[in-house]
Design a protein around this ligand. Structure first.
Ligand code: ADP
Length: 496
């Protein structure tokens, strides 16, 4: 197969979130499985500063954007450690800026125009190079127009054969713009209706992709279910329900080259499943020292790393920490940046409870690794979570995750109960109702297991560390989905 990724982010070139990790790693795994893979993304300013070799090419073409014709140049690179060709669409007026989607907390005002241009340029590129693409893998709202252009205007033999898969990384970001931006797309107004491109009077690019793509997936099976109803459907639940026969979920993989406690260069003592007790004990001691916590090997230490945002469940966690602030039988290690109100609440907690609560307001990859290794429990009570990575790292590091049963958290953590403990499948602790009481109760269960049943605790840690959430597993599922989607597309092309 020839799979082409169209994306607004990919590591190592440009990143604001998990989308960039998926688009930086999955193409490499697909190529390793013996397929031809290319990737197309905008040539942002950041792209030139990532230490990768990027060359200019003679390829250039004009792209219609509304009533204008805008020139696109093409640069070429290669995804590190792979055979994947990366085509960068260069148009400095749109992409030679400090940010990717905006600056200083505000989106760029011409975002619709920028991604109309990019979406059309992807298809022009395929014709110009030319590339024999079987499936175009599009991601989130920024590439939502591509499936529509292919269905509405993709008449050439080269374009007509292309199947499309739309991956939703977070349904909350939809790319909605005022209705007059329909003119920028060049698509006939007849498509501006509630069943296709319109959403409450606005143009909605994510919805457009969901309607026109041959298949849709999200980054976990549970999230694929949840978004078919309110509130997680974010208004698009009806569209998603109508397309449920082609909607599925595939968990993102972990890059174990970076996240393996046995090879982790940030740890005082790397460890594996066979020597985790000594390894974790030393890492815990070092973490307690680093965060000014009272040195005590037996006191359970609860870690948290992540964006300090409502989505991440801090509305539940901070009140529990406040209520438990006086408790001597538990310690906290918190790392994150985000909403100023949450940053202040956490800082205050640390100041008022030295030795018991350690808080670092920063983005620190090394400390994130050390919290994963040195903690006993990892807190991830997210209100919703399309996939989530930290709980997967925690499993590998033998740090039992405490999670709200939602999205990827529900799909990857087996909560402890009588049955799962007896069968030896438990890997963490989970709660269903999104309330402070449910979180507090679940933490109490975890703490009592830690204190009173060390043999069960050890069993859970061992099972957790042996889980395999690698990219190879996810890539195999994507390959099956690509095959199925291409076959379905070919069947519809033949019958029309
Ligand atoms: P999301 O993509 O919603 O932010 P994920 O759990 O999928 O949540 O991924 C977040 C990633 O960002 C993880 O790799 C996590 O370790 C990292 N991260 C988030 N905040 C910080 C921070 N303050 N310091 C270091 N790493 C962080």
């Amino acid at each position: 197969m020839h799979i082409c990724f169209a994306t607004s982010e990919a590591v190592p070139y440009a990143k604001t979130g998990g989308l960039a990790d998926v688009c930086g790693v999955l193409p490499r795994e697909i190529a390793r499985a013996g397929h031809t893979v290319s990737l197309v993304m905008p040539a942002y300013r950041s792209v030139a500063h990532r230490g990768q070799s990027i060359e200019s090419t003679p390829i250039e073409f004009e792209v219609p954007v509304g009533s204008k014709s805008v020139k696109a140049e093409v640069l070429l690179g290669q995804l590190p450690e792979s055979e994947v060709s990366v085509y960068f669409i260069r148009q400095d007026d749109y992409f030679d800026r400090d940010g990717i989607y905006g600056e200083g907390g505000a989106d760029y005002e011409d975002n619709c125009e920028r991604f109309v241009f990019f979406s059309r340029a992807v298809l022009k590129l395929i014709e110009q190079v030319p590339l024999d693409v079987d499936l175009l893998h599009t991601h989130d709202w920024t590439t939502g127009l591509i499936p529509a252009y292919l269905k509405i205007e993709g008449d050439s033999e080269r374009l007509a054969r292309i199947a499309t898969l739309m991956t939703v990384h977070n349904l909350a970001y939809q790319g909605t713009f005022w209705h007059w931006d329909m003119l920028l797309t060049g698509i006939d107004w007849k498509y501006f209706n509630w069943q296709q491109m319109e959403f409450h009077g606005d143009l909605n690019l994510l919805k457009t992709g969901l309607v026109f793509a041959d298949a849709i997936n999200t980054v976990s099976p549970r999230y694929a279910e949840e978004i078919q109803s309110p509130p997680l459907g974010c208004g698009l639940e009806t569209v998603l329900r109508a397309r449920r026969s082609v909607l599925s979920g595939i968990i993102n993989g972990v890059d174990y080259r970076t996240w393996d406690p046995a090879e982790d260069r940030y740890l005082v003592r790397p460890y594996g499943v066979d020597n985790y007790r000594e390894g974790k004990a030393e890492c815990k001691r070092a973490l307690q020292r680093e965060l000014g916590l009272k040195p005590d090997p037996d006191r359970p230490l609860i870690g948290f790393v992540g964006r300090l945002a409502g989505q991440k469940g801090l509305e539940l966690a901070v009140p529990v920490m406040q209520a438990w602030a006086e408790r001597e039988d538990v310690q906290w290690a918190i790392l994150g940046t985000g909403e100023k109100r949450l940053e202040k609440q956490l800082r205050d907690l640390a100041t008022e409870n030295p030795g018991r609560i350690g808080v670092v307001i920063d983005f620190s990859e090394p400390l994130a690794h050390r919290i994963e290794a040195g903690s006993d429990l990892f807190l991830m009570p997210s209100e919703y979570e399309p996939c989530g990575l930290n709980q997967l790292y925690s499993l590998k590091y033998g740090t039992l995750p405490v999670v709200h049963e939602t999205g990827g958290l529900a799909d990857t953590v087996t909560g402890a109960n009588e049955e799962t403990l007896a069968s030896g499948s438990a890997t963490g602790f989970s709660f269903q109702s999104y309330t402070q009481a449910a979180l507090a109760q679940t933490l109490e269960v975890a703490l009592s297991l830690y204190r009173d049943h060390p043999e069960l605790w050890q069993q859970m840690v061992t099972v957790a560390m042996q889980q395999d959430w690698s990219w190879q597993q996810s890539a195999a599922r994507y390959l099956a989905l690509y095959r199925q989607t291409i076959a379905r597309h070919q069947a519809t092309v033949l019958t029309t």
